[in-house]
Design a protein around this ligand. Structure first.
Ligand SMILES: [Fe+2]
Ligand SMILES: [Fe+2]
Length: 132
């Protein structure tokens, strides 16, 4: 599967959050390339989970400090991501083949539906409160 290249239109106009998204994209791309063995894939997934968790904390803090009205809904989406990834991680043993396909499909959808759609929505509010 081809990697997704970063484009300016992916930017949420907050430098630190863009930097996080670029790293998340790199981790997703590493999984998409499919050059990893089972152990490396597990490691990547662990790193992705931990890094996304750190990223969500900052995003939620900036949304809170900006009085973003959809904060609760956004937090729920972050929780959904955490639980889906945690579930896929526990499915790893024994179901290797279906695991990879399901995981990549989920991550592709998440990149488009979360980062490029939901995250974009906070952009203006954060900018207005001085987060750039
Ligand atoms: Fe994000
Ligand atoms: Fe988010």
């Amino acid at each position: 599967m081809k990697e997704i290249l970063w484009k300016n239109e992916f930017s949420v106009s907050v430098e630190e959050l863009d930097a996080h998204h670029k790293i998340i994209l790199e981790l997703v791309n590493e999984l998409r390339r499919g050059n990893t063995d089972a152990e490396q894939e597990d490691d990547l997934l662990t790193i992705l989970y931990q890094y996304a968790d750190l990223h969500f904390s900052l995003e939620e803090r900036l949304m809170e400090q900006s009085g973003y009205t959809d904060l609760e809904k956004h937090k729920e989406l972050h929780d959904e991501f955490r639980s889906t990834i945690a579930k896929l991680r526990t499915d790893v043993s024994g179901q290797r083949d279906t695991f990879s396909g399901e995981l990549l499909e989920y991550l592709n959808g998440w990149w488009a539906s979360h980062i490029l759609t939901e995250d974009m929505k906070y952009s203006q509010t954060l900018n207005k409160h001085g987060f750039k």
